[in-house]
Ligand binder design. Structure first.
Ligand code: FAD
Length: 822
């Protein structure tokens, strides 16, 4: 009796996996694998990295050779052999070899895993030299060879999907200046626009020219270069072009054989991955299958599902239909320079398209404990059902730990779980890896708060449309002054309880902070005080700013091209010595304070390179330059570190040039009166003062009554006091270490806790902020009258303090345009 015969078409992800599993299931059957290319079982996902020289050894791309695979699995591997037709009646395939010979091979069971082919639209000039698509090793060799034999200084990637962006990174790694052209208004189509905007920012920070909403219409050869012509008539020049505008399922053979093609355009299979012919199975990029969330048939071009389908399919082919395929939700991940971008399930835009009601929520958390080095922000957007919290999808962006978070969420979605399951995950935690509250758990907590109506949220899109009520920015004044939502009022979270009577209860109040946490806290304060029209901005100002900041087009390159010129050397900078300043780990306004201090110590014309991990630093440092007149030379980001190079410019009167901030900055001084000795109020004062002085303005603080306790020496000399002076000394805090919180006193535990948390989060202590203010030239004036009343002697106060009266204060206040009483 002849052996049962299995024929496999396609020798890479799905095909090779199925063949190997068939053999593992049955040693007796005959397996023949046809592959039209030269290679089988290679790492197509690794091809971009070989082009970029990240993978240097070409041999590493090959998991198996035809010989080693054939030997190990006892499989008859036939490369350079294309199956050109299938006779289903006779159960025979017609094979054409690369030298043109044809022959037939019969089968008992047939597997199709022909993959997908890259789209190559019939643009004029598309067949010019130097224009490539990337699917297999031969394409890779052709690209590599071209790059080795031509001067590739400018590369254009057309299409900003996952593979397009991987290519962008790798072409830059190989030394080219890269432009990415995309017809849509965003990169990475599976993710939502707001999340993609964070990627736009990163790509631009990395020096990639981003041409969004630009459709290519033609290619023209210009000497050794290629003109990439846009539909709007403009063009850019390239030395190489990679087309990455999508793939289509390879269905020609299946169609010719009369197999059913589904509505999405892929080979239709049943739950057992069997086509409309019971003897023919199909897997991989060529098939379409039900999406587990929408229930609709869709195409999913990913290696993981192709491999899993191969295993299931082999079992069904060998054992009879036993194992059902559950479908894929499109879990994908890509490295985009320093960033990792991942998505799973359905994004908001897909839910909208499918008319599925949803809520989306964005959270930003540290990838691991903030006090452990290199904790960088990780952004998570989840979509879920407003009815029962069923999870629909997630997008995760960040620098570390994106992969494990997306995998956890994908598992929950596949198991039809809810946002409550995000909270219940038992995360492994140690400071280098996570926080006791993992970012995934935080995404769950926030969603829980939304569903249980403990907070109402507003999206960045809705916030743009707001034309009623008030917009409340609960960040610090320093953050506010560096950029805010137009029309917003600044009311820092820590003082909000003292201003409740200034807020209207009958109007909508739209709250926001940097990332959403302080906004939530403020919303809770208001809601518990009778305000019921309160909304917190999901994803905070970070997301809003990124989503509303337009991508800057490199018009310079476009003009140069239309004149037929190149601008290879146009950007050369004179070489200047640059002083490096490390502000990593400091939170706003720490890095700005450090910048302010450092610039004072250098000469006009010198440059500072400040490195910070605070994601707001890029924007803040630009705003600071706008305010102070110093020159921003360059900004970049490297592995989550924000680097600004700033040149010191001769001091001049500067008019602020940024439009977002409603804070007045007319070049006058700022005066503060510190009346309180509450620890939190003293802290807020010094934060404000340091922010104010960083803009180069003259700042004075007038310490009166209890405020004097904020400027007492720790080690005081012995002084003579009357009975009342002695009583005051006994009853009042002896120095700042004894100051108490205005709320949460808890027998002194509150203050200790506050100091502990500040230390943990890398925020400067009160004493350090006070010293920074003194070092920055802030004038400390102690109120003579208060000192007399309370028996405080000048010797008990810090040496830098001057003693003054109301006249001194009035004189300073007269020269100021901001005067705050705390
Ligand atoms: P393929 O692996 O493409 O194999 C199909 C094979 O069939 C081809 O070798 C083809 O030559 C052969 N063939 C076709 N027709 C015939 C015929 N008639 N006769 C004989 N042979 C035939 N996925 C991820 O999940 N993560 C990634 O990071 C990732 N990166 C990628 C990077 C690149 C550059 C590319 C091209 C793809 C990437 N993918 C990635 C997608 C992933 O490679 C595919 O989803 C997966 O390979 C699909 O497997 P398949 O078996 O369906 O098709």
């Amino acid at each position: 009796m002849s052996k049962e015969k299995y024929v496999i078409i396609g020798g890479v992800a799905g095909g090779a996996t199925t063949a190997a599993r068939i053999r593992r299931m049955n040693e007796e059957v005959e397996v023949i694998l046809f592959e039209k290319g030269d290679y089988i079982s290679y790492a197509n996902c690794g091809l971009p990295y070989y082009i970029g020289d990240v993978i240097e050894d070409r041999n590493k791309l090959f998991v198996q050779t035809p010989e080693s695979f054939g030997l190990r699995f006892n499989i008859d591997v036939r490369v350079r052999s294309e199956v050109v037709s299938i006779d289903r009646e006779k159960k025979v395939v017609l094979v054409r070899t690369s030298d043109g010979k044809e022959y037939s091979e019969n089968y008992d069971k047939l597997l199709l895993s022909p993959g997908a082919f890259p789209v190559r639209p019939p643009f004029p000039g598309i067949n010019n030299d130097g224009i490539f698509t990337l699917r297999n090793v031969n394409d890779t060799d052709a690209i590599k060879n071209y790059m080795n034999t031509h001067q590739v200084k400018r590369a254009v990637v057309v299409g900003a999907g996952f593979i397009g962006l991987e290519m962008a990174e790798n072409l830059q790694h190989a030394g080219a200046k890269v432009s990415v052209v995309e017809m849509l208004n965003q990169v990475m189509p599976p993710i939502d626009y707001s999340m993609a905007s964070l990627v736009h920012q990163h790509l631009q920070d990395k020096g990639v020219n981003l041409y969004l909403e630009h459709a290519v219409s033609a290619f023209t050869k210009k000497g050794n270069s290629i003109e990439v012509v846009f539909k709007n008539g403009k063009c850019i020049l390239a030395d190489i072009v990679i087309l990455s505008i999508g793939v289509r399922p390879e269905t020609a053979l299946a169609k010719k054989a009369g197999l059913t093609i589904g509505e999405a355009g892929g080979i239709l299979v049943n739950d057992y991955l069997q086509t409309s012919d019971e003897n023919i199975y199909a897997v991989g990029d060529a098939i379409e299958f039900r999406h587990p969330v929408t229930g609709k048939s869709w195409l999913n071009y990913l290696a993981g599902p192709a491999n899993r389908q191969g295993r299931i399919c082999a079992d069904n082919m060998v054992l009879g239909n036993k194992v059902k395929y559950e479908g894929a939700i499109g879990t994908a991940i890509a490295k985009v320079f320093d960033m990792t971008v991942a998505s799973t399930g359905l994004a908001a835009k897909q839910l909208k398209k499918n008319n599925i009601p949803y809520i989306s929520s964005v959270t930003h958390s540290g990838s691991h404990a903030g006090y452990y080095p290199d904790s960088l922000q990780l952004s998570i957007k989840i979509t879920f059902s407003p009815e029962d919290g069923k999870l629909f999808g997630a997008q995760v962006l960040g620098y570390n730990g994106v992969d494990k978070r997306i995998d956890q969420i994908a598992l929950i979605i596949k198991q039809k779980g809810t946002i409550y399951d995000l909270i219940e995950i038992e995360h492994a935690y140690a400071p280098p890896y996570s926080s006791a509250k993992d970012p995934v758990a935080i995404a769950g907590y926030v969603a829980d708060n939304i569903l249980s109506k403990r907070v109402n949220i507003i999206t960045w899109r809705e916030m743009q449309q707001v034309n009623d009520g008030i917009i409340l920015d609960v960040r610090t004044p320093v953050e506010f002054s560096l950029g805010a939502i137009p029309g917003a009022i600044n009311m820092p979270i820590d003082g909000i309880r003292n201003h409740l009577d200034e807020l209207p209860k009958d109007k909508n109040i739209y709250i926001y902070c940097a990332v959403g946490l302080r906004g939530y806290l403020a919303a809770r304060v208001l809601m518990q005080n009778g305000f019921d029209k309160v909304f917190n901005l999901s994803g905070g100002y970070k997301l809003y700013r990124s989503a509303t900041t337009p991508v800057v087009l490199d018009e310079k390159d476009m003009n140069a091209c239309s004149l037929g010129l190149t601008n290879d050397d146009g950007n050369k900078q004179p070489i200047v010595e640059t002083i490096k300043i490390d502000a990593c780990g400091l939170q706003c306004p720490g890095p700005i304070m450090k910048l302010k201090k450092s610039i004072e110590d250098v000469n006009v014309g010198d440059r500072l390179e400040i490195i910070a991990t605070d994601p707001g630093f890029k924007r803040d440092s630009q705003a600071w330059c706008n305010m102070t007149g110093h020159k921003m030379v360059s900004q970049s980001v490297d592995s989550g570190k924000y680097i600004s190079v700033i040149e010191k410019v001769e001091k001049k009167k500067v008019t602020p040039s940024f439009s977002e901030s409603p804070v007045e900055c007319g070049g006058k001084g700022k005066t503060f009166i510190l009346f309180s000795d509450d620890l939190d109020k003293a802290l807020a004062t010094f934060v404000l003062v340091n922010g104010a002085v960083s803009t180069g303005e003259k700042v004075s603080i007038f310490f009166t009554f209890w405020g004097l306790n904020a400027i007492k020496k720790t080690h005081k000399p012995k002084v003579q006091k009357d009975i009342f002076g002695k009583m005051f000394s006994m009853m009042l805090p002896s120095d700042t270490m004894a100051l108490k919180l205005s709320k949460m006193y808890m027998m002194g535990i509150g203050s200790k806790m506050m100091r502990f948390i500040m230390k943990k989060k890398g925020i400067d202590s009160l004493e350090s902020l006070r010293q920074q203010a003194l070092d920055s030239g802030v004038e400390f004036i102690a109120c003579q009258m208060s000192m007399d009343v309370m028996g405080v002697k000048a010797e008990e106060l810090l040496d830098e303090v001057t003693i003054g009266g109301v006249a001194t204060y009035m004189e300073r206040a007269d020269k100021s345009n901001v005067n705050l009483f705390i």
